[in-house]
Write a protein that binds this ligand. Structure first.
Ligand SMILES: C[S@@+](CC[C@H](N)C(=O)[O-])C[C@H]1O[C@@H](n2cnc3c(N)ncnc32)[C@H](O)[C@@H]1O
Length: 341
């Protein structure tokens, strides 16, 4: 017996959803949505000329974007629909991260399918194989998490009051494009911050954005390794956002590093996806992205963590912990505080 018509239709709709996001990715990467928004209406040729892109590709992208409802046709020119406008990267609440994740997951799925035969885990270089995805990776994380950070986390995790002290110093390990320190510096005018990342392009992006936002007198970004970086004095806070799982195999060293660089009474604030205790919890649609990403993380030798595992490592180095859950329990913040002596 073959599959039901309904199941076949369900799979086809999923395929079309992925295709729509892939078309959106092309428009985001090449600033087609943003440019058309500025032009209000344009022919494919005019859009190609304005963006400096190839006319043949732009014309075919326009057909596909029209087909998936991102563009309308008015007086023989193309305009953005509301859905198309939703993919402009700097629009508040942008849908851009979904399109980037769609293409990223296609790449990672292909790699996982192949490596599953040999068990190979080549590491971070697999992400770097796709330069276009890499360029959008930082903006994707910023768009996905900075709203939650500013609206929920900053207000509900009391340890951030340390950032409000005169000359407070915050260290961000694995800082990516620096969005976390930039947001903190906007909220706390006395705060100084140092961001460390071992990927030079992230440091370049972070410095450029910091300068653009007028925060460069208080924030410094340095290419360096989480395991070893120069610091002239102990810090008030150490942040690690979606970075601890990258170095979890060396957790003993990492937690000693927290303790070494924190002032007495200072805290390390770890933000990680909250990997559930049981597989049945993964059926929650809000956890689908996490479940897929945990497979992709395996290619890089990483896996997601349960907050209790992070708490246990803090306790091992005699630090006190408090854990906070956000986004319906899908995001965990584990704070470890170095005891006052
Ligand atoms: C998933 S990204 C998170 C970036 C950023 N914290 C954010 O929330 O947007 C993990 C980051 O950790 C950095 N990273 C991983 N291992 C590192 C290491 N050993 N030293 C420095 N940075 C590292 C990567 O380059 C990457 O930018």
């Amino acid at each position: 017996m073959g599959i039901s018509k309904e199941l076949r239709e369900q799979a086809m709709n999923q395929m079309q959803g992925a295709m729509a996001l892939n078309i959106a990715f092309i428009g985001i990467y090449n600033a087609l949505f943003a440019t058309l928004s500025g032009m209000r209406k344009a022919t494919p040729d005019e859009l190609a000329t304005k963006t400096g892109l190839d006319k043949g590709y732009v014309e075919r992208w326009c057909d596909a974007a029209f087909c998936f409802g991102f563009l309308d046709e008015v007086d023989e020119k193309l305009t953005l629909t509301d859905l198309g406008r939703a993919f402009i990267p700097d629009i508040p609440g942008t849908a851009m991260p979904f399109a980037v994740q769609s293409v990223l997951s296609g790449h990672m799925a292909e790699r996982a399918a192949v490596f599953m035969r040999s068990g190979e885990q080549p590491g971070e270089e697999v992400l770097a194989e796709r330069k276009s995805i890499l360029a959008l990776f930082g903006p994707m994380l910023e768009a996905m998490f900075s709203g939650l950070f500013e609206e929920q986390i900053l207000k509900n995790v009391p340890v951030f009051r340390e950032a409000d002290k005169k000359d407070s110093l915050v260290l961000d390990l694995g800082c990516g494009n620096g969005w976390y320190l930039r947001k903190l510096a906007m909220h706390f005018p006395c705060l100084h911050g140092i961001g460390i990342d071992d990927f030079q392009k992230n440091i370049n992006h972070a410095m450029k954005l910091t300068q653009k936002e007028g925060l460069d007198s208080r924030l410094t970004f340095v290419k360096g390794d989480i395991y070893g970086f120069p610091l002239s004095k102990p810090v008030d806070l150490i942040a690690m956002n979606r970075a601890l799982h990258h170095v979890w195999s060396d957790r003993q060293t990492i937690f000693q590093i927290f303790k070494k660089h924190l002032k007495n009474g200072g805290s390390a604030i770890i933000w990680e996806p909250n990997w559930p205790k049981s597989r049945s919890d993964l059926r929650d649609p809000a956890k689908r992205g996490m479940a897929f990403q945990n497979l992709a993380e395996h290619i890089m030798g990483n896996h997601f963590l349960r907050p209790e595992e992070i708490e246990a490592e803090f306790h091992r180095v005699d630090m006190e912990t408090a854990t906070y859950l956000f986004a319906n329990g899908n995001e965990a913040i584990v704070v470890g505080t170095k005891k006052l002596r």
